[in-house]
Design a protein around this ligand. Structure first.
Ligand code: FES
Length: 63
């Protein structure tokens, strides 16, 4: 499914980038440009990031 409509980024692309070492949102934003336009996708992207980090045993605090 599409997470970021502005940039055409899917959850699969996001999960792949996270698996490739993108455990911080700022890195995902830099690499994929997720959340860089309207920002409406940020909460969903952050939830996916938290879910993937939890699966990997990492903890990511949402400020
Ligand atoms: Fe992601 Fe607009 S939906 S920046």
């Amino acid at each position: 499914m599409y997470v970021c409509l502005c940039k055409g980024i899917t959850d699969s692309q996001l999960r792949a980038a996270i698996a490739d070492g993108g455990s911080e949102f700022k890195r995902l934003k830099k690499e994929l440009a997720v959340g860089s336009q309207c920002g409406k996708c940020v909460p969903v992207a952050m939830a996916i990031l938290a879910e993937e980090n939890a699966k990997a045993g990492l903890y990511y605090e949402v400020a």
